[in-house]
Design a binder for this molecule. Structure first.
Ligand SMILES: NC(=O)c1ccc[n+]([C@@H]2O[C@H](COP(=O)([O-])OP(=O)(O)OC[C@H]3O[C@@H](n4cnc5c(N)ncnc54)[C@H](OP(=O)(O)O)[C@@H]3O)[C@@H](O)[C@H]2O)c1
Length: 257
């Protein structure tokens, strides 16, 4: 198949494009660097030309809830319109694990992802749509951490995290198999950001000593402080109900980096 990946240079999009190529598909990588802008619509339809599947894995993070909602609603509309102009093309929307019933009590980002899903459900026929709700990635723990000297501070959310590359592999499998509907994917265990951050910190400290705890040049693991976040993200608001599971643990992911 020919598959257009909007967001092909991202944390997810890059390994997804690789996984699809490994399965023999031809990938059209689309992102702003080559003049495709899903927020304005520039180049979106052209990038879909001849494709059997359009994958939306673009991203936008901003403190403004309004701007985040605006980005995801515009981008999903533009990609859905491109699909409508290419009859037969199916759409894969990469969403994130969250309980829709609790979205109004979560960060604006989750409300934007809920809106993104709604736009696709409204504009793309059911038999042409796959929504992949991936649990949060180990990589997200790092990108949301703040390190100051020997201390790392993380928002302490409860998750069933997995590696982004595993999410990409599992999504490529689902695309290959022509799956439709909503697919939840997640990691091997329920944990929280602080626990994952401590594992990362210990691995980094061990690496600084060549793998020998207390070896020459070793530094101590950073102290991790988890900031409690009120509301559903600290309870089960981000835990998928019946996910397909990756077996790769955070320790195994750390060994492959
Ligand atoms: N982080 C997690 O734990 C997690 C878990 C589950 C699902 N997700 C979802 O995964 C998706 C991808 O996240 P990510 O972390 O891989 O994103 P990322 O690393 O920030 O990459 C974003 C991609 O989108 C492209 N992009 C951004 N704005 C664009 C625009 N206006 N037009 C066209 N392309 C644009 C970027 O390329 P250019 O900058 O070159 O345009 C890049 O290729 C998001 O929808 C997110 O909700 C994330």
């Amino acid at each position: 198949m020919q598959i257009t990946v909007y967001g092909a240079t991202g944390t997810f999009g890059h390994p997804l494009a690789d996984a699809l190529r490994e399965r023999g598909h031809s990938v059209i990588p689309a992102h702003r660097g080559i003049g495709v802008d899903t927020a304005t619509g520039e180049g979106v339809t052209e990038a879909a030309e001849g494709s059997d599947v359009l994958v939306d894995c673009v991203n936008f993070t901003h403190v403004s809830r309004h701007r985040t909602l605006d980005f995801f609603s515009r981008s999903s509309r533009q990609i859905a319109l491109a699909a409508a102009e290419h009859p037969g093309a199916s759409v894969v929307c990469l969403s994130i694990a969250f309980k829709p019933a609790a979205a109004s009590r979560m960060f604006g980002y989750y409300q934007a992802k809920e809106l993104q899903e709604k736009v696709y459900r409204r504009l793309v026929p059911t038999e042409q749509l796959l929504i992949v709700r991936s649990a949060q990635w180990f990589e997200l723990v790092e990108s949301t951490s703040l390190t100051a000297g020997p201390v790392t501070i993380v928002p302490n959310m409860r998750v069933r995290a997995l590696a982004a590359a595993e999410a990409a592999r599992m999504t490529a499998e689902a695309i290959d198999a022509g799956e439709r509907g909503t697919l939840e994917i997640a990691g091997p265990e329920i944990s929280d950001f602080a626990t994952i951050a401590r594992t990362i910190s210990r691995a980094e400290a061990a690496r600084s000593s060549g793998g020998l705890p207390g070896g020459r040049g070793a530094r101590r693991p950073r102290r991790v402080v988890g900031i409690p976040i009120p509301g559903p993200v600290s309870r089960d608001g981000l835990i998928p109900d019946s996910p397909r599971l990756s077996a790769v643990t955070v320790e195994e992911w750390l060994r492959t980096r």
